[in-house]
Ligand binder design. Structure first.
Ligand code: HEM
Ligand SMILES: *[C@@H]1O[C@H](CO)[C@@H](O)[C@H](O)[C@H]1NC(C)=O
Ligand SMILES: *[C@@H]1O[C@H](CO)[C@@H](O)[C@H](O)[C@H]1NC(C)=O
Ligand SMILES: *[C@@H]1O[C@H](CO)[C@@H](O)[C@H](O)[C@H]1NC(C)=O
Ligand SMILES: *[C@@H]1O[C@H](CO)[C@@H](O)[C@H](O)[C@H]1NC(C)=O
Ligand SMILES: *[C@@H]1O[C@H](CO)[C@@H](O)[C@H](O)[C@H]1NC(C)=O
Ligand SMILES: *[C@@H]1O[C@H](CO)[C@@H](O)[C@H](O)[C@H]1NC(C)=O
Ligand SMILES: *[C@@H]1O[C@H](CO)[C@@H](O)[C@H](O)[C@H]1NC(C)=O
Length: 548
């Protein structure tokens, strides 16, 4: 039995549990779901930009499709990808297999293609198709008026189709109830999930010509499920209960395909009445069923804990070897839920390679007033600070290469008389290795990138190499590894502490259009030691100048 104290401290821990930085995959997913708008919003692929406003429709422009939206396509895609899930044997589920199932009658329409095309060129080693589908649905729902949906990450992409199993409108109620049971939803949850999903979008003539006849003069037409097809709200239930609904799956001329009518009435309208009377209960019920939908994954996939925003999060803290006796330390730090203050100062402190501190191991963080980001609709503000002083062309802190760095942390002084606050991840600090890093002499000649790598002389690496992502159309990036050849040790003892190694890569391999990410690594004493993963040609990444 837990003692009372132990239990309450466990509860406290579960409330504040955020993972410890760095965790490259969780760092990427955390950014995708929290860095939504403003400064440093995650632009690869920039999910929120496609649903703000919620009427945006990237791939079906034109009058004929004015009732369609990216948001609706994304939500339907998540459901259809998940709907193959089989609770009995743990197969199917949200695993990106929808990309191999688009020729099935149960997946009629171009909404799945529209969805995948949006993020396909931003996939990386840390962003799978399946996680992208889940994130797209979550962000569409949240940005378009819906509830916050707790998010777990780590979905793995299927390499082929799953067994069929998406419900179709002409099937009877018993088939639908059985299909939802197989997917892990009881009859009330079925009514809920269908109502929540059909709060968005509608039925298209080109996909369902019998359900939606074409009006004169139109090439295509889409009839919404309710009068607010671009916003999450309980109008779907209100109009159904009032009897004013124009939902084509309720009032369609052919009763065989009126599946929403059968499902909504399947418990004598109890659930739908509740939703019509209480918008908050609809929102709460949708939050949990949408979360259940996104978390139905094949049984061999282990999802992460719910990803909470890190209170203090470094973004690409970067050490650059200059050869002049110092390591240039640059990067940006995000402070979550912090408001602007002109009296605040933040210091960065670090421990050297041996873990020792010294009064001189300190520098400033700088903030400009336009460096604020938000999650959705500005509810939570995050302030971004740069490492170093803005008086420098490239803000940075110089670290003596002989003493080096092993970890860093922050002291926040609000300047209002309150106590100075230490931000060090509950004592763990922010760990940073200085054994291997990019060297300032790195350059490209237009076709080749000549990557110079500084490795600490005392490290005796068994390998020094570069890893970069190559995009494949149907899954997360494949990692290509390029080793330095033995002869590639450029200059031994180039400084008191480091040697230089080199790797030549074709520039096209890591070009902007591919948005590919690169990291530099060495095997030292049987361990892989690596820099963070960075995007060389995006945003003028330091070090990538033209060769002289
Ligand atoms: C028995 C279960 C279901 C049936 C028979 C059904 C049927 C349909 C049909 C026929 C369409 C029109 C598609 C088109 O014209 O391209 C549609 C659209 C849609 N469905 Fe469902 N659905 C079901 C469950 C769900 C669920 C559980 C969700 C999500 C939670 C969902 C989300 C959507 C969305 C967002 C659209 C609009 C797509 C757009 O406007 O592009 N559906 N559904
Ligand atoms: C989308 O459709 C286009 C045109 O048919 C096709 O070339 C492309 O491969 C499809 N993409 C996906 C992700 O299904
Ligand atoms: C859009 O939806 C309305 C119903 O709200 C319908 O009358 C109209 O025909 C639809 N237009 C198109 C182009 O789909
Ligand atoms: C109604 O829809 C069903 C299923 O699509 C179809 O088999 C049937 O022929 C339709 N009935 C009429 C009268 O169009
Ligand atoms: C459910 O509500 C609809 C719409 O108001 C109504 O037509 C139908 O008769 C109701 N069904 C039951 C079983 O109450
Ligand atoms: C943000 O910080 C304020 C003040 O410290 C706190 O009351 C609020 O709950 C926080 N909000 C979030 C979303 O963390
Ligand atoms: C930038 O330089 C000015 C003038 O030298 C100085 O007053 C200011 O404190 C410097 N700012 C920082 C952040 O170092
Ligand atoms: C870049 O360097 C490589 C190897 O030295 C050489 O083959 C190539 O012609 C150079 N490209 C340009 C544009 O100078």
């Amino acid at each position: 039995m837990f003692s009372k104290t132990r239990l309450s401290s466990l509860l406290f821990l579960s409330l504040v549990s955020a993972y410890t930085w760095p965790d490259p995959k969780l760092d990427e997913l955390e950014s995708q779901i929290y860095d939504l708008f403003g400064y440093n919003f995650n632009a690869f692929p920039g999910f929120p930009t496609a649903v703000n406003p919620c009427t945006l429709d990237f791939f079906d422009t034109g009058a004929a499709n004015k009732n369609r939206s990216n948001a609706a396509d994304w939500i339907r895609t998540a459901y259809h990808d998940m709907a193959t899930y089989n609770t009995a044997d743990g197969t199917g589920g949200l695993d990106g297999s929808i990309q191999y199932e688009q020729d099935r009658a149960e997946n009629v329409g171009d909404g799945f293609n529209n969805t995948i095309r949006f993020f396909q060129t931003s996939l990386s080693r840390y962003l799978s198709v399946a996680d992208s589908i889940a994130i797209a649905a979550k962000i569409a729902i949240e940005v378009c008026g819906g509830p916050d949906i707790p998010f777990r990450g780590g979905r793995i992409d299927a390499t082929g189709p799953n067994n069929p199993g998406v419900p179709e409108p002409q099937q009877d109620l018993a088939s639908h109830t059985a299909a939802f049971k197989r997917q892990g939803f009881n009859p009330t949850e079925m009514i809920t999930l269908v109502a929540c999903g059909h709060s968005f979008g509608g039925v298209q003539h080109s996909a369902f010509p019998d359900t939606v006849p074409l009006d004169d003069g139109l090439d295509d037409e889409s009839l919404p499920f309710d009068s607010t097809p671009f916003t999450f709200d309980n109008t779907i239930a209100v109009e159904y209960i009032q009897g004013t609904t124009r939902n084509p799956l309720v009032v369609g001329a052919n009763d065989t395909t009126n599946s929403d009518k059968r499902i909504f009435a399947s418990d004598g309208n109890v659930t739908m009445k509740g939703f019509a009377e209480d918008p908050e209960s609809f929102k709460t019920a949708c939050a949990s069923q949408f979360a259940n939908m996104l978390n139905q994954v094949p049984s061999d996939v282990q999802l992460s804990e719910v990803i909470e925003p890190l209170p203090v999060k470094p973004q690409l803290p970067f050490l650059l070897f200059t050869g002049d006796g110092t390591l240039q330390f640059s990067g940006q730090i995000r402070f979550w839920n912090m408001s602007e203050s002109s009296s605040r100062t933040i210091k960065l402190l670090w421990a050297d390679r041996s873990g020792n501190t010294d009064a001189s191991y300190t520098g400033v963080l700088s903030h400009a007033s336009n460096w604020a980001g938000t999650n959705k609709a500005g509810q939570t503000t995050a302030l971004w600070y740069k490492i170093g002083s803005l008086n420098q062309t490239q803000p940075e802190i110089d670290i003596d290469e002989e003493t080096g760095i092993s970890k860093f942390w922050f002291e926040v002084d609000e300047g209002d008389g309150s106590a100075v606050r230490t931000e060090d991840q509950n004592g763990a600090a922010f760990v940073l290795q200085d054994a291997v890093m990019l060297a300032d002499s790195t350059c490209n000649n237009g076709t080749l990138v000549h990557i110079d790598i500084a490795v600490r002389s005392d490290a005796n690496p068994s390998r020094v190499y570069v890893e970069y992502d190559v995009q494949v159309p149907n899954g997360p990036g494949t990692i290509i590894t390029v080793d330095t050849a033995d002869a590639a040790l450029l200059q031994k003892g180039v400084s008191s502490t480091y040697d230089l190694w080199t790797v030549d890569l074709p520039k096209t391999a890591i070009s902007t259009t591919l948005k590919a990410a690169v990291n530099i690594a060495a095997d030292i004493g049987g361990n892989k030691v690596t820099t963070s993963y960075f995007r060389p040609f995006v945003g003028g990444q330091i070090g990538y100048k033209r060769c002289a």
